[in-house]
Design a binder for this molecule. Structure first.
Ligand SMILES: [Fe+2]
Length: 153
């Protein structure tokens, strides 16, 4: 069975956000595995709710940073969060008749969203630490900071 796993290349070096991303990926993986292992509808519904509740919490934290630090592309970033919630809710509406095809669809969506959003779009949050360093006059960490494009440029 395929899995959805955390990768160190998603790390931003911002402990609070990294921890939340790690939890979000963990809950996404749990949803997929519950679906793929043929668990009952009640357990699936619980897993979906857990994922959606946590996603709301995490996305609102991130959106707070966008406002506080005036980060760019707020609207499109927020749309990425809404897409996640909306798609998971759509899947939740179909868990009464789980199938391997649905499990595959869920896995494909989760993996592509995680890579596109956490692996790429969320790297704009690195500006928080860069701005904090500029304010404090510290530059010693500059070489260690991961690039905003995830090192793929
Ligand atoms: Fe985000």
């Amino acid at each position: 069975m395929a899995t959805i796993e955390w990768s160190s290349r998603f790390e931003l070096g911002i402990p609070e956000i990294d921890e939340q991303h790690r939890s979000l990926v963990g809950l996404a993986g749990k949803f997929y595995e519950t679906l793929a292992s043929g668990s009952g509808t009640a357990e699936l519904a619980r897993t979906v709710e857990e994922l959606v509740d946590y996603a709301w919490l995490h996305f609102s934290e991130e959106e707070k940073y966008f406002t506080i630090y005036n980060l760019p592309d707020f609207e499109s970033h927020k749309a990425g969060h809404e897409e996640f919630i909306r798609t998971i809710r759509e899947f939740a509406g179909r868990i009464d008749s789980p199938s391997p095809a649905l499990a595959n669809e869920v896995m494909y969506f989760l993996i592509s969203w995680i890579h596109r959003h956490i692996g790429r779009d969320d790297r704009v949050l690195l500006r928080i630490t860069r701005r904090a360093r500029i304010r404090t006059g510290s530059s010693s960490e500059d070489d260690k900071a991961p690039p905003e494009d995830g090192g793929r440029a």
